[in-house]
Design a protein around this ligand. Sequence first.
Ligand SMILES: [Zn+2]
Length: 457
Amino acid sequence: MSLIISGGTVVTADGRFQADVRVDGGKITALGLDLAQSGDKIIDASGKYVLPGGIDVHTHLSMPSMGTVTCDDYYTGQVAAAMGGTTTHLDFCIQPKGSSLRAALDIWHGRAKGQAVIDYGFHVAVTDPLPEVLDEIAGLPDQGVTSIKLFLAYKDTLQVDDTAVFRCLERARDAGVLTLVHAENGDAIEILMAEAVARGETAPKYHALTRPPELEAEATGRAIALAEVLGAPLYIVHLSCRPALARVREAQARGARVTAETCTQYFFFTKDDLDCLGFEGAKWVCSPPLREKEDQAALWAAVGDGTLSVISTDHCPFRFDTQKTLGRDNFTLIPNGVPGIEERLMVLHQAGVRGGHFSLERFVALTATNPARSFGLGGVKGAIAPGYDADLALWDLERPHTITAKTNHGAVDYSLYEGMEVRGMPVTVLVRGQTVIDQGRLITERGSGQFLHRQRI
Ligand SMILES: [Zn+2]
């Protein structure tokens, strides 16, 4: 007995076509017309668009940060993801200072174990590059981890110096591991923040003003240069602005192994959103900060022309009522991060596809197919073809929905997109052929999601 997703329009990164999808043992085994045979279980997808489940390669669930912990755990964060049509995410495991990478991964596995409802993997962030820690990089692929992350910002907590960046890039290259960088110049930002506070400039808007785009561009260019010298693959996370984009574009034109993502919020908001009356602007505090209208236009162009190949969320949720308020009197104490794991696909479909920036096929490429290929999940996730996991989102492209924190499913108490009206949302979501969401209801068990052993890059 097979499962047949019957009568829908299948959409891939390359095109769309009418087809049934046959699923056996959690994998797609055939595409074609009229595949159902007697005894098969049928999911009626007529009138629906069948997309690969979304892949969000940049999330922070249950992550300690700035004296608190992101408010979504692996259960609430993944339920929110699934409700929004996302079936796989890659989360950041942060090495505690003095810890081994192995011990850090054990902590993160412990957080996810028994909680997951979608599939997940880890990037490991190297924050304390001791010699024995560098030696561990070669063994990461055997643990299913084929990406590391380095912070060039957050001085005295997460930031690493150029010696560490160079050494890590070299070790990662040799191990078949992709290096991700948070590219902002943390040394200069630290000075700008201290000077602002000393002048009494403590409101949320100063978060953006003390992290100018030039410092993102400088760090982006520096990371690219170090990677290029080594011939190491490099992935720039959450690219937000025109000068950083220019560095990536130049490097790609030279043939450097550089790819980059941006995140949903950078298309929708600007630094002016931090300048609300009262303290409300803290909701929009993330790093790099939200930029200008002109940067939004440049990002739309860059996801269209391929300079940016992935759109992720940097979902890093802190409640407004009890967590963002830690920085009420001083913007440097506002936990950095915004939520978006549930809204990503709906708002990008609305603004990106309906807004005429890219096709539905390109939407699939940016949010599922490219992330899978970039992170060692090619042939397994992110596409609809025989042999792939049956991670599918059935979209009703006409269904209206108003985004509001009241009906969102995560633990955070606000949505950046509050009140935004979209037309088009996922109504049924499957992970490896198992229905996880149906008509807005969660119908899977806690713990059904699996850790992904990813391939070498
Ligand atoms: Zn992040």
